[in-house]
Design a protein around this ligand. Structure first.
Ligand SMILES: [Fe+2]
Ligand SMILES: [Fe+2]
Length: 450
């Protein structure tokens, strides 16, 4: 395959790259959901257009002002020219490509334009829409967009040098296992389709017409799910990671080995039972972060979106690690093709980070309305969910991840006489150290419990 360039390495809103969460691919169900959603989307768009016409004058006059006050005339004109209403079909539309992306015989989503630049799937209107929503939000609320720097998370463990040492010594399984795990988690993106959608108009005091929030169930979740898990005959990120792994390591795992590997990670192959889902929901309700009068469906949705955003941003460490490792022709096969595929996936993640940041900022900027009309500051609601999610992401998952990864390395080296020396040498190349009691700590960021 020809060497192509990425055209979307960084999004215009300034976000770093990303990845995801949810459960395995299911073609038929997806199709049924998609048909039903298409009908609902048409009804929604008609309703929205009527509402927009009714509210047009008011929005044009007040849109640029802060807290309802009219802004400068030129801002009003600028905003009135933005398209902020999109149909689901528009948000799912692809650019024309001169050449589709094929990898190891697999038709992947996206492709290359006439000048050889990679173009992400479903971005023909999605990018302009996200930019318009964010510009509108800034003009309406003048608040900074929600953000968290990538540096909040430590680098990948094992890091690039540690992974290279293992590969030079013939220890391939931990890297293969990591690539399998990332691809599997990407496939969880289909779960977005199963999330219950609250009544947004009732949930917020201020208008939500023409916002990213209003399009969550009108194309944004669907586009995101398709990017992560594929759609029709085009592979998504899950399969693309597996293809990259298979190119770099020349088809290293059987289905059986993959299932065992995922079981070690605590990732089940089948869907959860109704009883398990009910138990999870009950536990979440008992641990609510928001006041009882706030619609629980809204709390769950906003919480999931925040969790997803944190995964998407922190995953940039994983992309950097994988691209550095898989582009080394002395250690892996494929002459860098595997790394290029990861680069394309990274490009596709930029709109995920961007729309989540804008939609969550829109929620934060608004007043949340409780069941009996109580008013709550959106900034307070989002900050409660945000703080909890950040703490979970930095503390709990880091410790679990370190333990799991080290266990994979120990498993892969257990049969070797030099296992202890190799492990010691590997740890000397990074900041994670093993305490005498066996627990792990990252010296670079000891506050992260790992
Ligand atoms: Fe992804
Ligand atoms: Fe993503």
């Amino acid at each position: 395959m020809a060497v192509h360039r990425n055209s979307q390495d960084y999004d215009d809103i300034g976000a770093p790259m990303p990845l995801d969460a949810g459960l395995g691919p299911d073609g038929t169900r997806r199709r049924a959901l998609s048909d039903r959603k298409a009908l609902r989307a048409v009804c929604r768009v008609v309703a929205r257009r009527h509402r927009s016409e009714r509210q047009g004058r008011r929005r044009r006059v007040h849109s640029a002002g802060v807290e309802g006050r009219p802004g400068p005339v030129e801002e009003v004109i600028g905003l009135s020219t933005l398209q902020v209403e999109y149909t689901e079909a528009e948000l799912l539309a692809d650019h024309e490509v001169a050449e589709p992306l094929m990898a190891k015989g697999v038709r992947c989503h996206g492709g290359f334009n006439g000048t050889g630049e990679y173009v992400s799937p479903r971005t023909k209107n999605r990018w302009p829409a996200i930019r318009a929503w964010e510009q509108q939000r800034l003009e309406q609320f003048s608040s900074p967009i929600l953000d968290i720097p990538l540096e909040s998370w430590p680098e990948n463990f094992p890091n690039v040098e540690q992974s290279k040492l293992l590969l030079r010594n013939g220890v391939r399984e931990p890297t293969i296992s990591a690539l399998t795990r990332i691809g599997t988690v990407e496939g969880f993106g289909v779960m977005l389709r199963t999330l219950a959608i609250p009544d947004f108009e009732r949930s917020f005091d201020e208008d939500i017409a023409g916002t990213a929030v209003a399009h969550i169930d009108g194309g944004l979740f669907e586009a995101h799910a398709r990017d992560e898990a594929g759609f029709d005959d085009e592979a998504g990120h899950n399969v693309m990671w597996f293809v990259a792994r298979d190119i770099a390591f020349e088809d290293p795992v059987t289905e059986d080995q993959t299932a065992r590997m995922l079981a070690r990670m605590g990732i089940g192959a089948g869907p959860r039972t109704d009883a398990e889902l009910t138990a999870m929901r009950d536990a979440a309700r008992a641990a609510r972060a928001l006041p009882d009068d706030i619609d629980f469906t809204l709390e769950v949705l906003a919480g999931r979106m925040i969790g997803l955003l944190l995964i998407e941003i922190s995953a940039f460490h994983g992309f950097a690690w994988a691209e550095a490792l898989l582009s080394d022709p002395d250690l892996v096969a494929g002459d860098g093709e595997a790394a290029r595929i990861i680069g394309y996936i990274r490009s596709d993640e930029a709109p995920h980070v961007a729309w989540l940041r804008t939609a969550l900022s829109e929620m934060r900027d608004r007043t949340w309305v409780g069941e009996h009309g109580e008013k709550h500051k959106g900034s307070e609601m989002i900050s409660r969910l945000w703080d909890r999610a950040v703490s979970d992401s930095l503390l709990l998952r880091r410790q679990d991840n370190l333990k799991f990864v080290l266990h994979e390395i120990e498993l892969a080296t257990a049969h070797r006489r030099d296992a202890a020396d190799l492990l010691e040498e590997m740890l000397s190349l990074g900041t994670v150290v093993r305490r005498p009691d066996g627990s792990l700590v990252d010296e670079q960021s000891p506050q992260l419990l790992g």
